[in-house]
Write a protein that binds this ligand. Structure first.
Ligand code: NDP
Length: 246
């Protein structure tokens, strides 16, 4: 971990923020991206006050230019990029019959195209270096079907397919890019704030109040994936509350 340059998208809260704190505490140089600048600034200051190294830049993952710019910032500041954690996401779940088509499209733009844009931004660097690691946050909703999650789950199933093929093609091309995909279950973050359907929000609140665990649990798994030897990929982790049955 020591000295690794690690870009984190969706770093302003929840899993991304907890991961930034942990990786920086273990010696990584973290490059934080999200839309809310005040949150990024406060987090970067906290990390520095604790003796860590952090910079940030406002990033909307739906814009390719923003993704390119944060990779460029990392390169200019630290000279390389070792890991990108593609974690930004939203979960405005609802039944299809509610026809929340704006939410459907926003999930595709952020959860799918955001991942594509991040990989497009970093792949030339990783290919040139013949090393690098892409870590992405999918979901247990990317492993099995849940009512109200047709679109959200679909975006997370996409991440699974995409990451596995990235791993395969990189191995075939000899560029040695490691991948890891995380499938969290109920984690206490700001994610439920993105649900606009009241009935779905109430159901999810109840589930999370009963079962939710802290985002630091995910951070430690991300750290585990990074800390494996350079010749070793640990591709997939399902992580959730021991009490959550589905
Ligand atoms: P949060 O809502 O706390 O964090 C989401 C992060 O994504 C925020 O930092 C937000 O920052 C960022 N984000 C959202 N839209 C954009 C955008 N267009 N561009 C850049 N950043 C964006 O929730 P989590 O920490 O839970 O979410 C992190 C990931 O974990 C998501 O991909 C989510 O789907 C996944 N996940 C979470 C689970 C859970 O139970 N919490 C379970 C399974 C998966 P900002 O608003 O400042 O841009």
């Amino acid at each position: 971990m020591q000295g690794k340059v690690i870009i984190i998208t969706g770093a302003s809260s929840g899993i991304g923020a907890a991961t930034a704190r942990l990786l920086a505490a273990r010696g990584a140089k973290v490059v934080l991206g999200a839309r809310r600048e005040d949150k990024l600034q406060a987090l970067a200051e906290d990390i520095r006050a604790a003796g860590g190294e952090a910079i940030y830049q406002v990033l909307d993952v739906t814009r390719q230019a923003d993704n390119d710019a944060i990779v460029q910032l990392a390169q200019e500041t630290y000279g390389r990029v070792d890991v990108i954690f593609l974690n930004a996401g939203i979960m405005p779940s609802s039944p299809l019959s509610a026809l929340k088509t704006d939410d459907w499209h926003a999930m595709v733009d952020i959860n799918i195209k955001g991942v594509l844009n991040g990989v497009a931004a970093v792949l030339p660097t990783f290919t040139r270096q013949k090393s690098g690691q892409v870590i992405a946050t999918s979901s247990v909703a990317g492993l099995k079907a849940y009512p109200n999650s047709a679109v959200y789950g679909g975006t997370k199933w996409f991440v699974r397919e995409f990451m596995e093929v990235l791993r395969m093609e990189s191995a075939m091309e000899g560029t040695h890019i490691r991948t890891a995909t995380i499938y969290p279950a109920a984690i206490h973050t700001e994610l439920l704030h993105t649900i606009s359907d009241p009935a779905t929000a109430a159901g999810m609140q109840a589930l999370y109040q009963t079962h939710g665990i802290a985002p630091e649990r995910i951070a430690s798994v991300v750290a585990f994936a990074i800390e494996q030897p350079d010749d070793t990929t640990v591709s997939e982790f399902t992580v959730g509350p021991a009490s959550q049955p589905w």
